[in-house]
Design a protein around this ligand. Sequence first.
Ligand SMILES: [Zn+2]
Length: 279
Amino acid sequence: MKSLAKPTEVPADVFETCISRIKKIRLQNKLRACKPLITSASLEFENKVSALQLHTINREIIVNGNVKAKELEKVYKSRMAKKGSPGRSLYDKLLAAPAHGICPLCSQRIATTLDHHLPKALYPRLAIVPINLVPSCTDCNKLKRAKYPLNSAQETLHPYFDNIEKDLWLDANLIRTSPIVVNYFINPPAEWNAILIDRVKYHFDSLSLNKLYSSNAGSEIVQIKDQLDRIYARSGKEGVRLHLLESAESRAKVNSNSWKAVMYKMLGNDIWFCDKGWT
Ligand SMILES: [Zn+2]
């Protein structure tokens, strides 16, 4: 999971921009009356996300007594996410935040959409609130879609508020089948508390990251087989070991928890693999 700078857009201003072109004055006024609730919902989200209390935010289907959740969802869909809509430039700005366009939730696929950290169908006041909108790939977005936290342990990592990049927490082992399988899992540092461990595990499992990383690792091993054969022919298992560990180090400098950094390190430290285990 990669952290991102927290957006600074003011929720009430974003909402006003989104509803600015509504032609039906009654509808526009009814929605505009929700503006203070959207501001307070954003403040509540900000206070509770760091305190791991997002699960205590009320879910609702009617806002301000007369606005249906679906109406606020529609403000997001038709007036912020839709191309050419008044809020689309804000949508594009949020989507452009990750380096190289990579999804911060899986650190692998391309971010093509915004994910509602708390789903808009259940938390309509947060439908257009910038700190609830996280760049995401479509797969992570789909896997998260209907989920909402019932307790602190189920509060998935939030790129604007959580940063676990300084710690090494991803690990892998080798399953000596044919073809070889790399199995990924969470190996938390000793200083992490139990809730953080549970949250990272929940994030990892609910986004099926072992499946994603394992599949990529299997494909990578097939692609480097010929190169490893050549290195082995030149300098034996020690040459292979040094090559793999050097490959790991280079990747870990960018992201020590990337599946590639973890895979190369694990393979480099595996005596069986370095002695032609890939053949
Ligand atoms: Zn993703």
